[in-house]
Design a protein around this ligand. Structure first.
Ligand code: GCO
Length: 256
């Protein structure tokens, strides 16, 4: 029996980019804590498989297939949720892509695509969710997914780093405006997690060795290891926490 502070029963959580990876892991954790889940993605087959996987474990799951980078699509998606009677109490802005390339080799389109997917999307989806939370006077939770690169840069991932740095400051801006409405906006900064997005890194012996040597825990993180922090930030246990980013990184950022 979980502590009542961490019980999400009666709450509805929308997790963007949740048909796989960290988003799916976070969605499952919130479901295990009692939340109704709305999964999001643009690959309809993967989204359906992800939903069936969670329903098969007894969780209440809906899907909302929309492009988080498209303002009109985001607005239409929330209008459809409204018409389905689905009120989002918890938003996890997880959707993101990675592009590993030197700055001097990047095209403007490549830069724009990463910034729009990893940062602008959090504004577009966060704005629609917050408009409704404020109108309902029901409060709410916004959890943005940052990164180690919200704090420190690594060569070849400049647009991702700029976007994730922006996520940290957008989180604080959301807190500045929305805390008065009972909406807590915070972020999670994952360390090097063993996800599909990082397959190339996991399979690179030198990079794998660097991560393990540079991380006090001496290992990569598992996608399910963000769940506890997500439950905390989605629950009443964090009602007086605003504008923070919690790093789940095995200690990497804590050491030289
Ligand atoms: C990379 C990785 C990182 C991690 C994560 C670290 O290429 O360095 O993709 O960006 O995925 O963001 O917090």
């Amino acid at each position: 029996m979980s502590h009542p502070l961490f019980n999400l029963s009666g709450r509805t959580a929308l997790v963007t980019g949740s048909s796989r990876g960290l988003g799916h892991g976070i969605a499952e954790a919130l479901a295990q804590a009692g939340a109704r889940i709305v999964l999001n993605g643009i690959d309809l087959e993967r989204l359906a498989q992800s939903a069936e996987s969670l329903r098969g474990k007894g969780h209440r799951v809906d899907t909302a297939p929309f492009d988080v980078t498209d303002d009109a699509a985001v607005c239409a998606a929330f209008e459809q949720l409204d018409s389905r009677g689905i009120a989002v109490d918890i938003l996890v802005n997880n959707a993101g892509i990675q592009l590993r390339k030197l700055l001097v080799d990047l095209s403007v389109d490549e830069w724009d695509k990463v910034l729009r997917t990893n940062l602008t999307s959090a504004f577009l989806v966060g704005r629609e969710a917050a408009r409704r939370m404020i109108a309902r006077q029901s409060g709410g939770k916004v959890i943005n997914i940052g990164s180690l690169t919200s704090e420190a840069a690594r060569a070849t991932v400049a647009p991702y780093t700029a976007a994730k740095g922006g996520i940290k400051m957008l989180t604080r801006a959301m807190a500045a405006e929305w805390a008065q409405h009972g909406i807590q906006a915070n972020a999670i900064g994952p360390g090097y997690m063993a996800t599909e997005m990082n397959t190339a890194l996991l399979q690179n012996p030198e990079f794998d060795a660097w991560v393990k040597a540079r991380t006090p825990a001496r290992r990569w993180g598992r996608p399910d290891e963000l769940g506890g922090t997500a439950i905390y930030l989605a629950s009443a246990a964090s009602d007086y926490v605003n504008g923070q980013i919690l790093y789940v990184d095995g200690g990497m950022l804590a050491v030289l």
